[in-house]
Write a protein that binds this ligand. Structure first.
Ligand code: ZN
Length: 520
């Protein structure tokens, strides 16, 4: 798909489509502006501005929503659709129209009162969660979680579903995924990965104390940003800043920013954090320029200015660069000398092999965000299971901590000592987000599927990786994934790129091979 065709087709559609596009560009502009305020609030903003900033982002998002669902937009949509029948079903313009129609219908089904109630709950629930976590008192947060679940159920009813109310919630983040499809996927992952986890739990862990030496932040930044540039991150359209909870955020493909959290006494946090966020950024920077400010670079159901097609697809790109490239033997064979040069005192007595083993150390633990590559998905699977049971009414908020602890014991063999390190650890529920944990695991599975396909399909990619040339891999991902923005669904992208939809086999093979050989 070339840029030229896209522009020509748009010209053929004439003034109706131009008017529709101009209207949708306003929606994207407002959401981009809101995102920029969000970026500022998490990097630069003085704490005193927090209340006003909340009003500002809420106002911008509300204006974007009002334009989207307005009768005028619907009128322009009707007119443009009437012209679009001559185009192929998957032509970018037709997909933009179709997605806009679906998004308008969905937003119109959600009562304004419910929207308002959810927004208000978010602001109070977060404060309650922070206090509950600090004091390890689940009871302080439970009433808010109760309300969050209740409102999530109402949201699910408004959105609509055919089998499980949780399906409706997931559709906002991972369209097409259902409780039924996840049950199959999770069963495959459990069967494939649990034996590897169990076998490793018996082996001695490699030493990794040296990762906790003193690593000055500026040097960490210097090293990581060099790698990000090598991966293809364009700093004329991006930048790296420090924050508390790292993220990537974009305001069109021409301004895609990443953030990191420097931990002076733990090297991997920021090092792999930057590689992770760079993967997200490459996706956003690589969207077809013709899609800028169109529905194909706007998450209309979620009201968010983002070019990637689903949260899982997005996560596949961060995981691919962070893990398949950044945690590989090939990568460190090339870059370890430079890391050692950056930190000569800290790493002088650490061999490349010891470093490689340390950054791939497996240790079943309590905290999801600190989990290693092999045990991470178990944290995700249990949360997804618990969330869908909460939404279905099979599990109560009061029963949740006990259910949580039981699943941690069952899968990872760890005993949860308190709720702070158990059920209260994640920020998601306090911000009203239910239905989004599965994206992390879907991202992992999809990353492995794409990486296996890329390296099998084109021998040049792996040869180039061995010399530190990331261009061929970046190009392959750009062709297959990045450029399409939100034009194709996640599974459409996967079928085009690999010949099949989401498939757990490459991921299970990757983890089994890697960790069986590491712990042989
Ligand atoms: Zn991510």
């Amino acid at each position: 798909m070339t840029l030229m065709t896209s522009v020509l087709v748009s010209a053929n559609l004439g003034k109706n489509h131009a008017a529709f596009s101009a209207r949708m560009a306003q929606v994207n502009d407002l959401l981009s502006a809101s995102s920029l305020l969000t970026w500022d609030s998490r990097t630069m903003m003085p704490p005193g501005a927090v209340v006003c900033r909340g009003h500002q982002t809420a106002t911008l998002t509300m204006l974007a929503r009002e334009i989207l669902v307005s009768d005028e937009t619907l009128r322009l949509l009707d007119a443009s659709e009437a012209d679009a029948h001559m185009l192929a079903e998957d032509a970018p313009e037709r997909r933009a129209l179709q997605q806009t129609r679906e998004a308008i219908a969905m937003h119109r089904r959600i009562p304004a009162a419910l929207q308002k109630e959810r927004a208000e709950l978010r602001s109070t629930a977060q404060a309650a969660w922070i206090q509950a976590r600090a004091e390890d008192r689940y009871a302080l947060f439970a009433p808010y979680l109760e309300k969050t679940v209740e409102l999530a159920r109402q949201l699910a009813e408004a959105i609509g579903y055919s089998e499980h109310p949780y399906d409706a919630l997931m559709s906002l983040f991972e369209p097409g995924e259902t409780v039924a499809t996840l049950q199959l996927l999770f069963a495959e992952l459990r069967a494939g990965l649990l034996p590897v986890v169990r076998a490793i739990a018996e082996k001695p862990a490699p030493p990794s104390d040296f990762l906790r030496r003193d690593y000055p932040e500026l040097l960490q930044e210097k090293f990581a940003i060099e790698i990000a540039k090598k991966f293809g991150y364009d700093l004329t359209r991006g930048r790296l800043d420090a924050t508390v909870h790292p993220f990537e955020i974009s305001f069109t493909r021409d301004d895609v920013r990443i953030t990191t959290r420097y931990s002076r006494n733990y090297l991997p946090a920021s090092l792999f954090g930057v590689l992770h966020e760079t993967g997200h950024a490459l996706y956003e920077q690589g969207v077809d320029p013709a899609y800028t400010r169109t529905p194909l670079a706007t998450d209309l159901p979620g009201l968010y200015a983002v070019g990637g097609v689903s949260f899982g697809a997005h996560e596949s790109q961060s995981r691919l660069w962070e893990n398949h490239v950044g945690r590989s033997r090939t990568f460190w064979a090339l870059h370890y000398p430079a890391l050692r040069q950056t930190f000569p005192d800290q790493l002088s007595d650490v061999s490349e092999e010891a470093f490689y083993r340390a950054i791939n150390r497996v240790q079943p633990g309590l905290i999801r965000v600190e989990a290693d590559e092999l045990t991470y998905d178990f944290h995700v699977m249990m949360r997804t299971e618990l969330e869908s049971d909460l939404i279905a009414g099979k599990l109560s908020v009061a029963e949740l901590p006990e259910a949580w602890n039981a699943l941690m014991k069952r899968d990872l063999g760890v005993v949860v000592p308190d709720n702070r390190r158990g059920v209260l650890q994640d920020i998601h529920w306090s911000s009203g987000q239910i239905g989004t944990f599965c994206n992390y695991t879907i991202g992992n599975v999809m990353a492995a599927q794409l990486y296996a396909q890329a390296t099998q399909e084109d021998a040049v990619i792996e040869q180039a990786l061995a010399t530190g040339d990331y261009q061929p891999l970046w190009q392959w991902l750009g062709d297959r994934i990045y450029q399409h923005g939100r034009r194709f669904s996640r599974d459409e992208l996967l079928i085009k790129a690999t010949g099949r939809k989401l498939d757990s086999a490459p991921y299970i093979a990757y983890l089994s091979n890697k960790y069986t050989s590491l712990y042989a």
